[in-house]
Design a protein around this ligand. Sequence first.
Ligand code: ADP
Ligand code: ZN
Ligand code: ZN
Length: 732
Amino acid sequence: MDTVAASTLKDGPNEVVSVLLPVPLSGTYDYRVPDGMSLEVGQYVRVPLGSRSLSGVVWGPGSGNVPGNKIKPVIRLFALPPMTPELRHLIDWVARYYVTSPGTVLRMAMSVPSALDPPKPRKLYIDNGSRPKRLTPQRARVFSALADHSPSSAGDLARLASVGPEVVRGLARAGYLIVAAGTRTAGESAPNPDHSHPRLSRLQRVAAEELCSLIDEERFAVDLLDGVTGAGKTEVYFEAIAATLRAGRQVLVLLPEIALSAQWLGRFEARFGARPIAWHSELSAARRRDSWRAVSFGEAPLVVGARSALFLPFSKLGLIVVDEEHDASYKQEEGVCYNARDVAVMRGRITETPVVLVSATPSLESHHNANSGRYRRLSLPSRYGQAQLPDIEAVDMRRQPPVRGRWLSPVLDAAIRETVGAGNQVMLFLNRRGYAPLTLCRSCGFRLHCPNCTAWLVEHRLSKKMCCHHCGYVAQLLYNCPKCGSEASLVACGPGVERIAEEVGKVVPRARLRTMTSDTIGSVSNAELLVSDMLANRIDVLIGTQMITKGHHFPDLTLVGVVDADLGLAGGDLRASERSVQLLSQVAGRAGRAERPGRVLLQSYMIEHPVIRALVGGDRDRFFAAELRAREAAQMPPFTRLAALIVSSHTKQLAADVAADLARTAPKDGNVKVFGPAPAPVAQLRGRFRFRLLVKSPRRHNLQAVLLSWLASVSWPRAATVRVDMDPYSFM
Ligand code: ADP
Ligand code: ZN
Ligand code: ZN
């Protein structure tokens, strides 16, 4: 928050401007403003770079470090609203905070280069009402296509009616089709804040009023909407959205897994009478371009998106909502390592916009910020309507073990039979894709592993493949041992989702089973289908990975079984306990969301573990308080700041050497502690060997500056890479 990019150029004509380009360079380049052009900071321009030309953004007046006769002229100026000072400020902040170059961040904000130019104008036709005397079947099809899709372009009409373009053109020439006024594509209708009014419960109303007061004040503040699963948090923040739309400002809603947002979109449409713009990786190029432009021109009242939507060019943003704010998928681990929740808070602060963080299990950081008064906590302690929180029980697997070769305890078996028998739905959760996580040879003990990673190959029986879940390596399913050659000696060890499905098939043979993992749900439309099947009770038992845990509301789902509640607790990760509580609370929260009560069974071999006890006892707050005390005692985040330096290379020795060099030159700063280097738990990943150093400082310390000067003091061969990961989450 210290420096702001200059937002105006010096008085008088600007002879030279500096331009930031969306490429990983350190700074800006100077360009001359050609005669007849006048430029403002923030405008999008095309400039030459070497032998090519690139589009970028005017970042300020010329830096003056290029001699006048060497400066090349700007090629052209795009007719777009300039990038706002706030977004430019955010880009600079992200680059500084996450120790990367502004150009790398700008690339995320200019992810749709084709959006800089207006789409080619298309003539849109409407029916003039009269009919030609000779109404061929082809012509008739054009009119009936137009009845459903008016206005339409000639190309679209030809496609919809399955006729050649000359048929449409003929009708237009003869005057039966006339050009609609205006040439813009008919966009979606705008969301209407008063389309329908839900009757909020008293608790919901109080929370909604608090949120709306924030909107009226038009200033930066963060509210943590902390309510149990099924509390009706969505309806509450919809009121804040309505207030923002009424005020004529734009809204950004971030969801962790936009591919699974069908239900959210449906609820939005029911409340606001229109579909919002959804921003995610599956958009077609044309949609992406239209959406980017609509946001830029201030014509998109609401965007719901994955983390990359944060860098869209909103011109009058009035509210940011981060739903499921604790979700680990907000942390980007590739390219720029940023946390979308934290950047959302910063975008709110820079644009003086309220931010609402929503969760049933807030992150420890947000808890801490709410406890210390930096955020305001709005609590919804009970479920909406008649729904009660589910009853959570631990199944002690030492006392109620499954039959040999099976994974479900008799207790869970019985509960599944009973639930399906009563016509209700079951959800089983296991965070492991495929059939079995490990395959070994019965004769020689050989274990099938990935050639590129220190990882076992996972059997996928349905697709008859062996896969590495780290790098995507795929091999054919084997029957004979590749080491000793023994026939049919390979055995699957441990369960994955597919294997649990097989077992459930034996428990309830007539039940309709479905699995839901990223393997089986490739696309948004597949996810939508599955959700609608679940809602229509066409599925009895849904078995899946963490994909099934997020946000869904299935009224007939009354039993949730967690196949291995201990899975997330393995490994000494700082956040293992926190993440387990969050994940398992989310899974548990799917049960009993309507009138029928829900039951949750957690299979565990360590039922006295604090995480299991917190879940069973429902004393989340006590668990978080203890976890915060432990973090404070250990001087760990959120009480301190951490950064990771990750050194990687295709040769192990080189990675080790560079890591050792870094350790040797570690900053002599009493406020900064350096730990490591340590080899990664998955020592080899995608063929690269990795080492990590952890750097810790007090929160108020400028750790980024320390890192920058440290990295500048060390040099390493190109074959090694050093990546900075601020506020690291996990390290595989
Ligand atoms: P959360 O996000 O807090 O887990 P949801 O917002 O999904 O909870 O709400 C749970 C269920 O209760 C949903 O089916 C929702 O439609 C319903 N619901 C919540 N508030 C209301 C309301 N005021 N009127 C009608 N239905 C509501
Ligand atoms: Zn063998
Ligand atoms: Zn691999």
